[in-house]
Design a protein around this ligand. Structure first.
Ligand SMILES: [Zn+2]
Length: 497
């Protein structure tokens, strides 16, 4: 036993020795002190490059407004020049995701979603988002996390590669796709980097803002924007019977009461430029006008409970008063009382008939009767049965092109199922191919600006908004006036058309 133990300890010491050799004397670019890091800068850049190559396929790059990409990159480059690692080759990119998110890969790859841009209200706020992510890069948080984890010998699973502002907790999001691509477990990302790294990113971000001529207080404004998203989502989640999203880097206190945050941002005042720019609200609104809002054409679009997918070429209508969530892998609809649910999912290259697929996917015994038919000129199989837990459901499998679609509706009880069955049946029956003209007509919602007239209210704007039952809340969030506040006459405000 003794011998074994000595051998392992020796191995461990040699192992650590190698690590230190490999790491050399990695000097932290921010503190100037030596950090215990395993990763050289070249390796960090290589890792970032590799991960960045996956981003277009996972998120999609938002290429509808090339001028917006240039604008975001220009602001990012200005901040980077005033950062602690100006020598890195930075890339600032808008990704085509409706999620409110921003993240950094090692080595200088920084991303913002069009989803977060929609909720910002000035160039200074955009700069603050970029500067926060820049802070994670310059302080080498992902590298430090990676190194600490490796040293603790638990690293095989934790990478700390992606530094997002937040990652939605549930639902197989695109962000989670990036995580799994990179082989991360997600724990680090979901909670962010922890309080100290997030504060450091805020502090560094505020410094880069000030050095670039922006008001560092924009950092606090952005955190307020995210906090309001969180408050809004907690209410919506309760309504929809789901878990609220968790925001990376957000802590329980409201930014207005967060003295540490106020302190670190306040310190940045010493770097303020003699001639600071204003927050450039009008310029920012001009640049983001016409930007897609919510689901993009590639994600499938929901309007008046009709789901349409351009590329896959189909449409179906969910019951009119159900709440719909368009997730990357499926569309889920929930009855107003939450006692029934429908799910639309897709299977590529199905084999056999729709009935074969239904039997296989739904785990049906050979005695279960499946009806085969042609509906709206498409081969379809329909079945009514029970889940293993005894919950009654009705499902349809439809073949269209290279894909099979499964539309299934389930009730929590027999009574609920009986009540909702007609609605579920007609939803299944509504599945059909889109005509060429219908495909062409599919357009995402867009951000537009209008000048607020005297007496204009968000309630009034909500009534004519395509944003549905939560339109008033969304309009306030979009304009930085959540939870209360009304348009100021004469001021530009954002609406969605
Ligand atoms: Zn962060």
């Amino acid at each position: 036993m003794t011998t074994m133990s000595s051998v392992s300890r020796l191995k461990f010491i040699i192992f650590l020795g190698c690590l230190f050799l490999l790491a050399g004397c990695a000097v932290n670019p921010v503190t100037g002190k030596q950090n215990f890091t395993l990763m050289t800068e070249a390796e960090e850049i290589r890792k970032g490059e590799k991960a960045a190559a996956e981003v277009p396929a996972t998120y999609g790059i938002y290429d509808e407004l090339p001028a917006l990409q240039d604008y975001v990159n220009e602001i990012g480059q200005k901040l980077a020049k005033n950062s602690h690692r100006p020598q890195l080759n930075y890339h600032f990119t808008v990704v085509d995701s409706p999620q409110v998110n921003a993240f950094a890969l090692p080595g200088g790859y920084i991303y913002v979603t069009r989803g977060i841009l929609a909720y910002l209200n000035s160039e200074a706020e955009l700069a603050a988002v970029l500067a926060h992510e820049l802070g994670h890069v310059t302080a080498r948080h992902s590298v430090r996390q990676y190194s600490a984890a490796t040293a603790a010998n638990v690293a095989a699973t934790v990478g700390g590669i992606v530094a997002g502002i937040f990652v939605p907790q549930l639902g197989g999001t695109a962000a989670q796709g990036v995580q799994s691509l990179l082989g991360l477990t997600g724990n680090v990302l979901l909670s962010g980097y922890g309080r100290s790294h997030e504060l450091e990113a805020d502090r560094l971000g505020a410094e880069y803002l000030a050095r670039s001529g922006y008001d560092p207080q924009a950092m606090i404004k952005v955190i307020r924007v995210l906090k309001n998203q969180e408050l809004f989502d907690i209410a919506a989640a309760q309504d929809e019977g789901r878990e609220p999203r968790r925001y990376h880097g957000l802590f329980s206190t409201h930014p207005d009461n967060d003295t540490r945050l106020q302190e670190v941002v306040g310190e940045a005042q010493q770097y303020a430029q003699p001639l600071p720019v204003d927050d450039l609200r009008t310029e920012f609104l001009r640049q983001t006008t016409g930007m897609a809002f919510g689901d993009g054409v590639n994600q499938g679009i929901v309007r008046q409970n009709m789901f349409r997918h351009k590329e896959m070429g189909f449409t179906m209508s969910f019951p009119h008063d159900w709440r719909i969530r368009n997730k990357p892998n499926e569309v889920v609809a929930i009855s107003p009382d939450g006692d029934a649910v429908m799910v639309l999912s897709r299977f590529e290259n199905p084999r056999g008939s729709p009935a074969d697929l239904a039997r296989e996917r739904l785990g049906l015994g050979s005695s279960t009767e499946i009806l085969s038919m042609v509906n709206n000129a498409l081969p379809m199989a329909v079945v009514t049965s029970k889940t293993q837990n005894g919950q009654p459901f009705k499902a349809g499998v439809i073949y269209l092109g290279e894909n099979a679609y499964l539309v299934a509706g389930r009730g929590d009880s027999h009574i609920a199922f009986e009540r909702h069955q007609p609605a579920i049946s007609s939803a299944i029956g509504s599945f059909r191919a889109l005509t060429v003209a219908e495909k062409e007509a599919i357009k995402p919602l867009e951000i537009r600006t209008i000048t607020a007239a005297k007496g204009m209210t968000y309630a009034e704007l909500a009534r004519e908004s395509p944003l549905g039952i939560q339109a008033e809340g969304y309009l306030r969030l979009l304009n930085g006036q959540y939870p209360e506040g009304e348009p100021v006459p004469g001021q530009l405000i954002k609406v969605v058309k």
